[in-house]
Ligand binder design. Structure first.
Ligand code: UGA
Length: 446
């Protein structure tokens, strides 16, 4: 099938590349000329495991191309995917400016029947608006489909090629049949529903996953006070198939470009129809507070942070991505600087993106290696669970730090790994591991 993907962000680029991989003729369109020129040369604007290889392969095979010429691409395609961003407005609502502009561009380009598919995350009712825009501007027949995207950054290629399910929302039998045909090579779990339900499935899924994370983080906070271990609690809960074990990893909360944006948007969608989504409001509040557990644990172990050197491991909102949008590290480092700490930060790949959020970059010492960030530090905080940090030699780490205070915001280390060290170790919701160190509670008084 001949496909156009408009927008070469995470969703558009990864989806386009993966649909070329399964044999379709794909053109990825973006109005950003420099980005398209780079993509033509094989330069990938995002870090995503496996993506570069697939771009090379499918470009070579002549199945994948990049262009700024939306009109020609739409005219040559059977199916056109809208994959542009829907960032948050100050109200929390999704900004539909780009989606609506692309709908107009498609309408003006059309030369015959097209299936117009929205992959961008859009509030319920948006596809009806898209339909109205196109029908006002184009005399040609078309069908509208909502196919929300469920890929995760860092495993986007795998998620797209092997999705848990595909949701196809449309009122047209013809479009449904084409979309089922297109997605069949990816999975048998294909659900066809009406457009508004498909739009809602995306928000409800992200909101539910965010709820699981905030729920387990609150359980972790209680575990700390009652002497239980949240990792065991989550494991025990997860054996119940009705609950499931995924997304029960306690930590410093969710970040990224999706959960924060989509939870706010759903609260707003509910608000627009006079419904107060109390549960989701609490999920957001719990998440906003959770990152500051790191600061409380630092205060508990070091006392006043003025003049103390704090090493930070991990700036990306999660591992295997250079994306730092809404990363807990942003608030944590800003708070540390406000409290007068000296910050030494390291991330395997996200440092260049992270530095842009600091007006005066010299406020933070940006380190080239994990050990450099830990050297001579009074405390080290692990904020992203990169595998590089999991595999570190903890004895060596113990030796380079000024004070052996290790605050693990992602619960990556075990009792066994820490047993030969003198770390004063704090994690999230695992109080009994703190008692490992013979130096417990001795550091603050140094
Ligand atoms: C999320 C969803 O998982 C995707 O299904 C969805 O397509 C995507 O949003 C989107 O709407 O585009 P993503 O934001 O890439 O994907 O990343 P996740 O792997 O879901 O992680 C989100 C955040 O939750 C990260 O900060 C991660 O550290 C945190 N998290 C995740 C936890 O704190 N605990 C967990 O158990 C799982």
């Amino acid at each position: 099938m001949k496909l156009t993907f408009i927008g070469t962000g995470y969703v558009g680029l990864v989806s386009g590349v993966c649909f070329s991989e399964i044999g379709n003729q794909v053109t990825c369109v973006d109005k950003d000329f420099d980005k398209i020129e780079k993509l033509k040369k094989g330069e990938v604007p995002i870090y995503e495991p496996g993506l570069q290889e697939l771009i090379f392969k499918n470009t070579e095979l002549g199945r994948l191309s990049f262009t700024t010429n939306l009109t020609r691409s739409v005219q040559e395609s059977d199916v056109v995917f809208i994959c542009v961003g829907t960032p948050s407005l100050p109200s929390g609502e999704a900004n539909l400016e780009y989606v609506e502009q692309v709908a107009q561009d498609i309408a003006l380009a059309m030369n015959g029947y097209k299936i117009v598919v929205t992959k961008s995350t859009v509030p319920v009712g948006t596809n009806d608006k898209i339909k109205k825009i196109i029908s006002q501007l184009s005399p040609h027949p078309f069908d509208i489909v909502s196919t929300p995207e469920f890929l995760r950054e860092g495993s986007a290629v795998k998620d797209t090629l092997h999705p848990d399910r595909v949701i196809i929302g449309t009122a047209s039998e013809r479009a449904a049949a084409t979309m089922v045909e297109l997605h069949k090579p990816l999975t048998e779990e294909i659900m066809v529903t009406e457009v508004r339900s498909a739009e809602m499935i995306k928000y409800a899924s992200n909101a539910f996953l965010a709820t699981k994370i905030s729920f387990i983080n609150e359980i972790a906070n209680i575990c700390e006070k009652v002497g239980a271990d949240v990792t065991h609690v989550a494991q025990g809960m997860g054996y119940d198939k009705r609950i499931g074990s995924s997304f029960l990893q306690a930590g410093i909360g969710y970040g990224g470009s999706c959960f924060p944006k989509d939870t706010h948007a759903l609260i707003q969608i509910a608000g627009n129809v006079d419904y107060e989504f109390k549960l989701l409001k609490s999920v957001v509040e719990v998440n906003n507070d959770q990152r500051f557990n790191i600061i409380s644990k630092l205060n508990h172990s070091l006392g006043n942070l003025q003049g103390k050197t704090v090493g930070i491991w991990g700036l990306a909102f999660k591992p295997n991505t250079d994306d730092v949008r809404e990363a807990p590290a942003l608030d944590i480092i800003k708070t540390l600087l406000q409290e007068g700490a000296v910050v030494k930060a390291y991330d395997p790949i996200a440092t260049p993106n992270f530095r842009r959020f600091f007006r005066d970059e010299s406020d933070v010492e940006w380190c080239e290696t994990a050990m450099e960030a830990a050297e001579s530090s009074d405390a080290l905080c692990l904020l992203t669970d990169w595998s590089e940090f999991k595999e570190v030699d903890l004895k060596e780490l113990n030796g380079v730090m000024k004070q052996p205070v290790l605050i693990d915001g992602r619960n990556v280390y075990s009792r066994e790994q820490l047993s030969d060290t003198t770390f004063q170790y704090y994690s999230i919701g695992r109080p009994e591991l703190e008692s490992l160190s013979p130096f417990r509670n001795s550091v603050a008084s140094d």
